[in-house]
Design a protein around this ligand. Structure first.
Ligand code: SF4
Length: 409
């Protein structure tokens, strides 16, 4: 049985179109200036400084989802970038070198918007810095960023002070490029909007605690787009109000994203963008929805607080799952597994993203023991489908769900 699409999707597509067309117009008119930002970087500060903000990882995901990545990665490899490093980076750089982008088909745009400044936070990985460095060299534009502490158990005041001071250090460059003076009231306003967005996005994800779940991980991967690229803007807040109203109605009407759900799963790691549909259809058939994931939860920034925007943004960057040690991560996964009534965990070992892969240091074994739940590790990648075998994934997932059903019987 195929469920009717979520109605809010139409509005989300419109928002994304407006986002990209707005960036193209900004480039055409030279105003506002365009800042590139990493997906969990200081976007709020950039909005407050009057930039239009573009997120290359979103473009990376589009390259994966359209499977253009497969043909474009070799372009970056030929330019000296290893096929073993982040395939967002290699597919995005390859896309630039080949002069091809999914934005052409989707929105009629010839290229991604050229950056006036590149801003990273390497809290998620070191790759983002090298990725942005490519464009900084190519276009001779400033690159600024935050070198975030990593693998931390407890966020300490010294960590917060460090990140805060690096944010302050960026302001003179941002003022120079944007031509605008930093305004603390505007910054508070943007952080306040981002907070409103994050509260709503958390509620969307917590909706999966309901039985049956109104949405799956695959729906979350689509509907997270405003939380990533429009956080800090009123449009994102309004969008999640619309989506939440629809989810509430679905919950009242007992609408299941996967009719007849039998067992519920958790996904840890990056999505396999080029195989979302195949995996979604497989799990629909097996009546085993993935209801929660570490990945989609990564855009919940509980710490944000407009009363102390620098401090709270630094904390949000430091509290990120990716930045933490395994002890913290295991506690976090446990909390969501219990909240959502999950029977088994799938770990995606993404070949080119060790940072978002948590299966390499025995976490599946430890969690399995602690929670009394089976775990499965599947090999693959976010964008590079050479590392993903449809047959192998299908066989392993089918056997895993069968095991869960036997245990449940
Ligand atoms: S976190 Fe992983 S997928 Fe994201 S930019 Fe870094 S290496 Fe690439």
């Amino acid at each position: 049985m195929v469920m009717p699409p979520i109605k809010a999707t139409k509005q989300m597509k419109k928002l994304m179109e407006d986002h990209f067309l707005g960036l193209a117009k900004a480039k055409e008119e030279g105003n506002p200036k365009v800042a590139w930002c990493t997906s969990v970087g200081p976007a709020e500060l950039l909005h407050a400084m009057g930039f239009d903000v573009y997120f290359p990882e979103n473009h990376g995901a589009m390259l994966g989802a359209t499977r253009m990545a497969t043909d474009l990665i070799p372009e970056a490899v030929a330019a000296g970038y290893s096929p073993e490093i982040c395939s967002y980076l290699t597919s995005d750089v390859g896309s630039y070198l080949a002069g091809q982008t999914p934005l052409t088909r989707a929105y009629g745009l010839e290229s991604v918007p050229r950056a006036d400044v590149l801003v990273f936070n390497n809290n998620q990985c070191r790759e983002v810095q090298d990725w942005f460095m490519f464009y900084a060299r190519e276009w001779d534009v400033p690159l600024v960023g935050i070198n975030n502490p990593r693998v931390i158990h407890e966020v300490k005041e010294s960590h917060v002070a460090d990140v805060k001071s690096q944010m302050h250090d960026m302001i003179p460059v941002l003022e120079q490029v944007s031509g605008n003076k930093f305004d603390i009231d505007r910054f508070r306003e943007v952080v306040g909007l981002s907070k409103q967005c994050t509260i709503r996005w958390r509620k969307v994800l917590e909706g999966a605690a309901h039985h049956p779940s109104p949405m799956t991980f695959f729906d979350h991967c689509i509907h997270m787009a405003p939380a990533v690229v429009l956080r800090g803007k009123q449009e994102a807040v309004d969008y999640y109000d619309l989506l939440l109203a629809e989810i509430d109605q679905m919950v009242q009407d007992q609408v299941a994203a996967v009719p007849g759900e039998q067992v519920r799963l958790y996904w840890d790691g990056m999505p396999v963008w080029g195989r979302l549909r195949m995996l979604s259809e497989l799990l629909n058939e097996l009546q085993a929805p993935i209801v929660s994931s570490t990945y989609c939860n990564s855009w919940i920034f509980d710490a944000l607080d407009e009363r102390d925007p620098f401090d709270s943004m630094a904390r949000a960057a430091l509290e990120l799952f990716n930045v933490r040690d395994d002890d913290f991560k295991e506690g976090y996964v446990k909390e969501w597994v219990e909240r959502c009534g999950v029977a088994g965990i799938i770990f995606h070992d993404a070949k080119t993203c060790p940072y978002n892969t948590n299966s390499r240091f025995a976490m599946p074994q430890r969690l399995s023991q602690e929670l009394g739940l089976p775990t499965l590790v599947i090999n693959g990648d976010l964008n590079d489908l050479r590392f993903f075998s449809d047959e192998q994934a299908k066989t392993n997932i089918e056997a895993f769900v069968e095991q869960l059903l036997e245990q449940a019987a």
